[in-house]
Design a protein around this ligand. Structure first.
Ligand SMILES: [Zn+2]
Length: 275
C-alpha cells in the first residue's frame, strides 16, 4: 500500500500571476480553478502510474472550495472546505506514506515569486520556527513531518521550487513558471505543465517505493515560533492568545511542544490578528 496526500494551493498553478485569478469574486477565477483541478489530476495520474494505491487530495486555497470535484480523477478522495483541523494538509493524519505539494508559492518577502505570502498577505510579514524562516511550504512540510510523511514533489514557480529544495532536500520539483516579479512570469502552457507534473509525480512515487525519498522535515522540540505581523495592532490582537510573548512592536513569540501545536497556534493567532 502506497498512499499519497496531494495538497494543493492556487498561486503556484501555471498561468496564475495575479490575485484576481485566485479570487472567487473575480470573473477570471473560474478559468484558474479548472487549471488547478487539472494540475492536481496530473499529480494523481502520475502517482498511480508510479505505484501509488490511493490518493487523498486537500484543497488548501482560501475557503478550500476551488477544486472541481466533478472533474477530479475518480481514484482520488477530496478534502474540501474550511476551516478543517489540519488546514492545507487535511488528511495527513490518515496513515499515508508521502505528500505532494501542487500549486505552491514562496514565503512572504521572496524576490521573483508569484504572489509570495505566508498565510495572509495583509497580516503576516515573516515567520521563523527555531530560527528558520518558514512559509507555507515549510509549515505544511513540518505538519507532514510530524506524521512522518516526506514531501516528495512540489510544483510552483522557480522560487517556490528553490525554497522547497533548500528546506527539504532532493524533492522532485516542477517549475511551471519563471517569475520575473511578484505579478509577472513566463508561464508554461497548462498542457506542458501538466505533462511535467505527471512525470515528476511518477518519478517521485517510484523513488519513494525504492526507498529514495527525501527525509520528512522534523523540528526538535521545544519549537520556538516567532511571527512578525504587518502592524502593531495586529500584534496587540495576536498577543491575546495564551502563551504568546510580545517581543517588539510587531513581533511575537510562542513555544510549542510539536509541529501540529505550533501550526494550530499560528493559524489561531493569524485569525485573531487579521484586520
Ligand atoms: Zn493560496
Amino acid at each position: 500500500m502506497t498512499e499519497i496526500l496531494i495538497a494543493a494551493d492556487m498561486e503556484g498553478i501555471s498561468g496564475v500571476v495575479h490575485w484576481d485569478q485566485v479570487d472567487p469574486k473575480h470573473k477570471e477565477y473560474d478559468r484558474f480553478r479548472k487549471l488547478m483541478t487539472a494540475d492536481v489530476n496530473a499529480a494523481v495520474r502520475g502517482a498511480f502510474e508510479g505505484g501509488a494505491t490511493a490518493a487523498v487530495v486537500a484543497d488548501g486555497h482560501g475557503s478550500g472550495r476551488n477544486i472541481l470535484v466533478e472533474d477530479l480523477d475518480p481514484r482520488a478522495r477530496l478534502n474540501s472546505g474550511s476551516p478543517s483541523p489540519l488546514g492545507m494538509v487535511q488528511g495527513v493524519d490518515g496513515g499515508l506514506d508521502a505528500a505532494m505539494f501542487v500549486g505552491y508559492h514562496a514565503r512572504v518577502g521572496s524576490q521573483n515569486a508569484i504572489l509570495d505570502h505566508t498565510w495572509s498577505s495583509s497580516t503576516v510579514a515573516g515567520v521563523w520556527l527555531n530560527g528558520r524562516p518558514l512559509g507555507e511550504i515549510g509549515w505544511n512540510a513540518a505538519v507532514c513531518g510530524h506524521f512522518h510523511l516526506p514531501v516528495i514533489l512540489l510544483s510552483g514557480d522557480q522560487t517556490a521550487c528553490a525554497e522547497a529544495v533548500e528546506l527539504l532536500g532532493a524533492v522532485e520539483t516542477v517549475a511551471v513558471k519563471q517569475a520575473r516579479g511578484r505579478m509577472a512570469a513566463e508561464c508554461l502552457p497548462p498542457q506542458v505543465a501538466q505533462e511535467q507534473i505527471f512525470e515528476a509525480a511518477r518519478r517521485a512515487v517510484r523513488r519513494l517505493v525504492a526507498g529514495d525519498a527525501p527525509p520528512p522535515l522534523r523540528f526538535e522540540p521545544p519549537l520556538a515560533l516567532q511571527v512578525e505581523l504587518v502592524t502593531s495592532d495586529m500584534a496587540d490582537r495576536a498577543a491575546i492568545l495564551p502563551g504568546v510573548q510580545r517581543l517588539e512592536g510587531k513581533r511575537i513569540e510562542l513555544v510549542a511542544g510539536d509541529a501540529v501545536t505550533a501550526y494550530r497556534s499560528f493559524r489561531a493567532l493569524v485569525t485573531l490578528a487579521r484586520p
